[in-house]
Design a protein around this ligand. Sequence first.
Ligand code: HEM
Ligand SMILES: *[C@@H]1O[C@H](CO)[C@@H](O)[C@H](O)[C@H]1NC(C)=O
Ligand SMILES: *[C@@H]1O[C@H](CO)[C@@H](O)[C@H](O)[C@H]1NC(C)=O
Ligand SMILES: *[C@@H]1O[C@H](CO)[C@@H](O)[C@H](O)[C@H]1NC(C)=O
Ligand SMILES: *[C@@H]1O[C@H](CO)[C@@H](O)[C@H](O)[C@H]1NC(C)=O
Ligand SMILES: CC(=O)N[C@H]1CO[C@H](CO)[C@@H](O)[C@@H]1O
Length: 368
Amino acid sequence: MNKAGSILRPVPGTISLTAPALMAYNLLFLLSCIAFVSSSSHAYVYPPLVEGLSFTFYKSTCPDLESIVRSYLEQLFQSDISVASGLLRLHFHDCFVQGCDGSILLDGSFSGPDEKDATPNLTLRPAAFKAINELQTLITQACGPVVSCADITALAARDSVRLSGGPDYEVPLGRRDGLSYATMEEVLSFIPPPTSNVTDLIDLFGKLDLDAYDLVSLSGAHTIGIAHCASFENRLFPAQDPTLDQTFAENLYLTCPVANTSNTTVLDVRSPDAFDDEYYVDLLNRQGLFTSDQGLYTDARTQPTVTVFAVDQSLFFEKFVYSMTKMGQLSVLTGDQGEIRKNCSAINAVDDFLWSVVDGDGGESKLL
Ligand code: HEM
Ligand SMILES: *[C@@H]1O[C@H](CO)[C@@H](O)[C@H](O)[C@H]1NC(C)=O
Ligand SMILES: *[C@@H]1O[C@H](CO)[C@@H](O)[C@H](O)[C@H]1NC(C)=O
Ligand SMILES: *[C@@H]1O[C@H](CO)[C@@H](O)[C@H](O)[C@H]1NC(C)=O
Ligand SMILES: *[C@@H]1O[C@H](CO)[C@@H](O)[C@H](O)[C@H]1NC(C)=O
Ligand SMILES: CC(=O)N[C@H]1CO[C@H](CO)[C@@H](O)[C@@H]1O
């Protein structure tokens, strides 16, 4: 837990965190929370659940759901751990654009441009979409068409975190799948560019009722995964961003010698595949990759949280679980809203739909 050595070395000016400060932080965090759920491994604190979602939603209709997802991903990650970061990011993009309704998964063949084709989504990984579709096939074989693609995406994100070494938390379930595509305009206005400063980010997160503390903890997802040069080139060309650590910058120039290459590098230089708090240690060392990452340490409003997470991984995990659960409930469809997609890549055909109405699952309102 004590990373003081690595933190203090390249940082000009020492940050000292007293035990009382940490305790106050913990207390503040606990006081601001409502629901407790205990799992075998750890009890996390969750925000209030949206009406219609519950931790036991599929208990009778698909009791093996979570073990199906977990064991499929365990196997997949053994051959390719990089899909984990792809799946985590998929859930983020799904939730930020018109709510966690699985619309990110839709192929564009139905009614125009889909979330996958919009600019920030150019870099979503095909392997992650494939994993969701394969999971859905397995789940449908076991339980019938009862589990939404939005829920599968949320569970896959949780297991990606867990299987990369992060917290094992419970996911409220019961989301329904959306019936419409997000427009390119919506995608561009809700997925922040990596060149964002903290003011931009706080404003955007605020529109979704996420606060600056959520911003810092959710950005911790950048503890796994990769980025293309295009996402951080603004810090290299035409001139080097003075907030970059010099050695780190030199290595970035090796990966991206000129603008417009398609090379990639890892988001967390210390432990690229491990879900841990080293991302925050990177920031303290001026080794954050994006302007949006490094700004969290430069900006006085978010710096204290970065500093605390860098030395207290358990607190980061607790807060990450809390913020992920908030994010995972953004504008969800529940009850008889939306549908349970038969194919995560496509809105159900009209005959599927009529079938489900005849079958009495109460979806009449969808005709409108
Ligand atoms: C705070 C605002 C955020 C910005 C500006 C941002 C931006 C980006 C960008 C530009 C990339 C790299 C794309 C590429 O070049 O390939 C990326 C990757 C990633 N982001 Fe974020 N992101 C943000 C928040 C989040 C959140 C909230 C999550 C999840 C909870 C997340 C999870 C990820 C993951 C896991 C990757 C790696 C993907 C991979 O390896 O394929 N990000 N992000
Ligand atoms: C943040 O960036 C926006 C543009 O995205 C700019 O208008 C604003 O002045 C910047 N704010 C600060 C404090 O740098
Ligand atoms: C990055 O791309 C350039 C040109 O596309 C290539 O010459 C260079 O070797 C690449 N560097 C790395 C580290 O992959
Ligand atoms: C990179 O490519 C874009 C167009 O794709 C171009 O506008 C820009 O000038 C290029 N940048 C450099 C440094 O070559
Ligand atoms: C699911 O929908 C997509 C997009 O319409 C289609 O390409 C794919 O073949 C479908 N998959 C199955 C198993 O029907
Ligand atoms: C602006 C931009 O880069 N748009 C791209 C988004 O992604 C699709 C493919 O997924 C590309 O065709 C677009 O050019």
